[in-house]
Design a protein around this ligand. Sequence first.
Ligand code: ATP
Length: 270
Amino acid sequence: MIEFRRVTKQFPDGTVAVEDVDIVMPPHKTTVLVGSSGSGKTTLLRMINRMVDPTGGQVLIDGMDVATQDPVQLRRGIGYVMQNSGLLPHRKVIDNVATVPLLRGVGKREAYAHALELLDTVGLDRSLADRYPSQLSGGQQQRVGVARGLAVDPNILLMDEPFGAVDPIVRAELQQELLRLQGELGKTVVFVTHDIDEAFLLGDQVVIMQQGGKISQAASPAEILAHPADDFVADFVGADRGKRALHVTEVDGRNVVVDADGRPAGVLTS
Ligand SMILES: Nc1ncnc2c1ncn2[C@@H]1O[C@H](COP(=O)(O)OP(=O)(O)OP(=O)(O)O)[C@@H](O)[C@H]1O
C-alpha cells in the first residue's frame, strides 16, 4: 500500500506543485491520476520513488517512510514506465530490459532468459530482442518500456503517460494489454494520464487533480460518474467527453452510463 499523508511539494522557485495531499493507493489495484497539464500528477508520482522529495508530509510504502530509504535502492524495486518509453537508444531491446536486474547483481544468463520471458509477457516477438529501439514502432517501444518496468518484478509499477505518444488504435491495444497484464500480475499500479476515458478504463481508483496540486476527488469510476464531488469534477468528466452530460442510470440491474441525449456510452462493471 502507498500512502500520502499531508504531502506538499513546493519547488525552490516557489511553485506549489502538490498541496496537502492525503491519499491511499491500495495494493494490487490500479490508481490513475488524471488532471489537466500542470496539476501536479507527475510530481505526485515521482514522490513515490524519490525522484522528487516532498517539502511537507510523508509518503509511506507498506507503512515505511520512503524518506528513510536510499533512493537508488528504492528505485530498483519500483518499476517506472514513461512516455516515449525512455529506452537507451544505443542498447538492444534485450539489454534495455535486462539492465536493472544486471545492476542488481542478477547473473547474465538468468537476466537475459528472464528478459526474453518478459518480451512474451508484453506480447512482443522474441525476434525483436536484438533490434535497437529506433528499429521498433512506437507501440513496440512502449511494450519494451513496460517489460523493462517489470524486469525487477516490482510490487509497484509507476506509469507516467506511457501511452501518450502513440496513435489512438495502438493506444487502445496497449490499454487492453495493460488490463490483461494487471489481471495476471496484480501489481500496485500508479498511472498518470490527461485522458479521462483512459482513467475510467484502467483505474480501480481514479484521482482527479486540479491546478495547484489538490485532489478534487478520489473514488471508483462509478462513484465519480454517479456523484461528482464538485462542479470542477462534473465539468472535467463532462468536458473531456465532448461536453456530453454523462450520468449513470440503472438498466436491468446494471449501471449504464448515458449521455445527455440518453445514448448509452458504456456499462460500469464496478
Ligand atoms: N523542477 C521544477 N521546478 C519548478 N516548478 C516545477 C518543477 N517541476 C514541475 N514544476 C511545476 O509544478 C507544477 C506541476 O507540474 P507536474 O509536472 O507535476 O504537472 P502534471 O500534472 O504532471 O503536468 P503535465 O500533464 O503537463 O505533465 C507545474 O506548474 C510545473 O510547472
